[in-house]
Design a protein around this ligand. Sequence first.
Ligand code: FAD
Length: 591
Amino acid sequence: MTDYIPPLKDMLFNIRAVSGLERILEFENFADFDADVIDQVVEEAGKFAADVLSPINIPGDRTPCKVVGKEVVTVPEFAAAYAQFSENGWLSLDVSPEYDGMGMPGITGIAASETWQAACLSFMLCPMLTSGAIAAIEAHGTPEMKKTYLPKMASGAWAGTMNLTEPQAGSDLSVVATRAVPDGDHYRITGTKIYITWGDQTFTENVVHLVLARLPDAPQGVRGISLFLVPKYLLNDDGSCGELNDVYATSVEHKLGIHGSPTCVMSFGENAGSVGYLVGEENKGLAGMFTMMNHARIGVGVQGLGISERAYQLARSYALDRKQGRAPGVKGTATIIHHPDVRRMLLVMKSQIEAMRAAAYYTVGMQDIAHHSNNESERAAASARLALLTPVIKAWPTEVAQELTSIGVQIHGGMGFVEETGAAQHMRDARILTIYEGTTGIQALDFVGRKIMSDEGRAMKALIEEMKSLDAELRGDERLAEIGSALSEGVQQLESASAWLLEQGPLDPNAAGSASVNMLMLAGVVVGGWQMARAALAITNGAASDDPSFASGKLLTVQFYALHIMPKARAYHDAAIAGAGSVMDLKEDQF
Ligand SMILES: Cc1cc2nc3c(=O)[nH]c(=O)nc-3n(C[C@H](O)[C@H](O)[C@H](O)COP(=O)(O)OP(=O)(O)OC[C@H]3O[C@@H](n4cnc5c(N)ncnc54)[C@H](O)[C@@H]3O)c2cc1C
């Protein structure tokens, strides 16, 4: 079995060609960094992924987590890898220096994270959630809270978790029932949370739970939810860990994939009520949690990218090795990579992976601009673009990951279905990605509702105009003509579906919901195609001229995307505008 090798050439190419790095490095906050330093950090992160995390992927899958006493115990290899992860300071890459972080651009963290997620997704959920909790505390915590918790979390000494879900409150957080009662300078939290990722483990000194709960007199619905910080261990006056708080994991779930990551049922306040501290304002907790959720949404999209890359590498190496049948021009039995259909499957993987990478890096570049530019209108435009694309970058790569990890199995034939190759694990691990952090359906509702209709289509229009502006450049080079016409057709479809949504959405309460997932997937395919076209343009303008094989491979891959993947835009468009009747007319008893 081939281990994971970070696809550094394509990663570094995308960091420079599509993420907007040149502009990002002009910001004052990043004055200490240049593109070479970022390359070096990403290369080191990739080495860590290959040498330390990739080998623990299978042990994590085969050794389920368990509750021992009142603690969760995971596979020993994870504890050892975590010790190295925090010793190397990896968690602090893009954390502000004010809290002992390295303060690098977010694009560094996301590229590093791609390699770590690919190498061992179930392990990386722990640091990923810690990063999200850091972002939420940094944005909404009190100065004292930030000073106390953030340096410990950035160093990896303490982990962070996200506690939203309850049995009756999954996609719909308005019915969260966990209670918080004021008690002096803190609150007492009581309730049960389910499905809490890395809700407990024994390898960090403390676990910092961010918990949604409701005050006794809170209004009903999402306007009555507050956010609390509930540490596993209460802190002594000097900031060290003291007594155990009244919170623990009562059980862990048995599940389809990500076996190495404990998915916990958490009990808060079985005795006196667990001690919690308010983050942000009372009844405005969802805004704080959204900072963490948006962070995690992009992180989960990158999980889809990473696991697809790993599945691709395994399938590619099998296809280069496995002999079966005859192929034109090959003497004797051919390796299966010579069969057109196997090549097609590999290219469906490779081209969509590269499109997802480009689109994700571009979106994180927007995040860097939105947070760090000192030009107000640039910041506003980047924020709008980031908000529009966040649900797309969560849902589209994770949906595509289902297709690609399944193709990874298919390329292996029967060997894919047996566990030894590892292809099946990729498919099992990937299955959660479209569910947690908001299902695809919920992302799509956010996309069509808040991001397009409530905005009256402004952010979408700006995106469409910018994509159109590439047309002339693409048509100016005959090597890019096919790519240009595929993109312009895809952009037209996105424009037409958006216009339909803005017109029909207000007229029929089911129109937007019926169109939503097709609209989101249409946007994913087209934005991916746009970024691939930008990559192709960068190649024809001389990027990667020192590596002709990479450069010509990139052009052929973009061309495949234009000819085989962009046509999906038409199908998504037609289904999106089919109208609510096509999904609503069948009565419940006719299903
Ligand atoms: C392994 C794992 C790890 C998790 N980690 C965490 C964690 O760390 N913290 C945490 O708080 N939670 C976590 N979750 C919970 C996860 O976020 C929820 O499972 C998810 O949000 C969906 O909620 P649900 O399971 O209740 O499904 P439901 O909300 O019941 O949804 C069922 C189906 O109905 C659809 N649906 C629901 N409402 C609508 C609607 N309004 N419009 C259209 N479609 C709709 C959904 O898309 C889905 O297809 C985890 C879950 C799992 C399985």
